[in-house]
Design a protein. Structure first.
Length: 318
C-alpha cells in the first residue's frame, strides 16, 4: 500500500494547561496533513483556553476531561477514538519537523513492523541533543527492553509511530504511573516481541521548558511508579526462556533506582533497590568514572551522596 493513498495515522495530544504551546504543536503536524486522518486533543482538566485554541483548527477534535487524570490516562482516552491503522502520540508542547511522520509511516509499512522510531531532538534553552535508536533495535530480540532498563533511553514519545492494534494488544499506556510512562511502554512492547523499525527522516522535537515542565522532585508517587515499572518487567522476564541478558539489564535498572533513592536521602528504599541489583550491576551502567570510583571506595550510599554534593558544589560556582 502506498502511503499517499489515504491518511493512515491518527494523532493523540494530551493537553494540560497547554493553550499557549498547543498551536505550534498542531501547526507542525498539519504540515504532514496528507498522512494524518484525525488529530485528537484530550484536555486533561479544563483550566485554560484550550477549547478556543482547538476551535481554530477544523481537522482537530477536542475531548474534554472534567478532572485532571494524567497524561497516560488522557492518551488512552484518545486512543479509544482511533480507527486508523497507526497512531502517533505527542505532548502539547512538543513539535515535529522534516517529514517525520511520512518517514516513519513508509518504514513501518515496508517492514510490516509494529513500532517505528524516528530521529528525536531534545531541545533546551541552551542546547539541542540528538537521541537516536540503535540499529540493533531492528534486528536483536529484546534489545529495546535491555537498553531502556539499563538507562540507555531511545527516542521520546514525539518520535515514535505505533501500529494501533499492537499498542492495544499490550494494554496501551499504564495510567497508574506518574513517571517513566514511555519507558514502561517500550519495555512491555519489547518483551512482547513487537517488531521495531527505524526511520531517519525528519525529527520529533522534545521541548524542555523549565517554566512549564513537570517538577523533577522525586516524591513517594514517583518512586512507586519507578518500582512498579521494574516489578512489571521482572514478572514478564520471568516468563521468558532466553532471558539471561535481560536479567542483567533488570539488575542495572534496580541499581539506577538505588542511586536515585540514596541521592534523595531515601536510605531504606535505596537499600531495598540495591538488594535487587547487587554491586556487579553497577558495571552495566554508563555512569561517570568518578561516581563509579566513589561507589567502589565508599559504597553505594555514601558514594552516591558524595557525588551529588560535589555536583551541587560545582553548580554553585558557576
Amino acid at each position: 500500500m502506498k502511503t499517499t493513498e489515504m491518511p493512515l495515522v491518527s494523532v493523540v495530544i494530551p493537553a494540560f494547561r497547554a493553550a499557549h504551546t498547543l498551536p505550534e504543536t498542531i501547526n507542525s503536524l498539519l504540515l504532514e496533513s496528507r498522512y494524518i486522518y484525525e488529530i485528537y486533543v484530550v484536555e486533561d482538566g479544563i483550566f485554560d483556553e484550550t477549547q478556543a485554541v482547538v476551535s481554530e483548527f477544523p481537522k482537530v477534535k477536542l475531548i474534554q476531561l472534567s478532572q485532571n487524570k494524567g497524561g497516560a490516562f488522557a492518551r488512552n482516552v484518545g486512543m479509544a477514538e482511533v480507527t486508523t491503522p497507526y497512531v502517533f502520540f505527542i505532548d502539547a508542547d512538543d513539535k515535529i519537523e522534516g517529514g517525520l511522520i511520512q518517514g516513519m509511516l513508509e518504514r513501518i509499512e515496508r517492514h510490516k513492523a509494529d513500532v517505528c522510531f524516528g530521529p528525536c531532538k531534545v531541545v533546551t534553552a541552551k542546547k539541542v541533543t540528538f537521541v537516536d535508536a540503535e540499529p540493533e533495535d531492528e534486528t536483536i530480540k529484546y534489545n529495546v527492553a535491555r537498553r531502556w532498563l539499563a538507562g540507555k533511553y531511545g527516542p521520546g514519545t514525539c518520535a515514535v509511530l505505533w501500529r494501533s492494534e499492537a499498542i492495544r494488544t499490550i494494554g496501551a499506556w499504564d495510567d497508574k504511573l506518574s513517571r517513566n510512562q514511555d519507558g514502561d511502554l517500550m519495555i512491555r512492547a519489547s518483551l512482547a516481541s513487537l517488531r521495531f523499525c527505524i526511520s531517519h527522516k525528519g525529527a520529533g522535537l522534545y521541548i524542555k521548558r523549565d517554566s512549564v515542565s513537570v517538577s523533577k522532585s522525586v516524591d513517594d508517587s514517583a518512586f512507586e511508579s519507578l518500582e512498579r515499572v521494574g516489578v512489571k518487567a521482572r514478572d514478564e522476564i520471568a516468563k521468558l526462556s532466553d532471558a539471561t541478558e535481560l536479567q542483567f539489564s533488570l539488575k542495572a535498572y534496580w541499581a539506577l533506582l538505588s542511586l536515585l533513592a540514596f541521592r534523595e536521602g531515601r536510605r531504606e528504599l535505596g537499600k531495598k533497590f540495591f538488594s535487587y541489583s547487587g554491586t556487579e550491576a553497577y558495571k552495566l551502567l554508563e555512569i561517570h568514572w568518578l561516581l563509579r570510583f566513589l561507589i567502589k571506595i565508599l559504597g553505594i550510599r555514601y558514594g552516591s551522596l558524595l557525588w551529588e554534593l560535589s555536583r551541587h558544589f560545582k553548580h554553585s560556582l558557576r
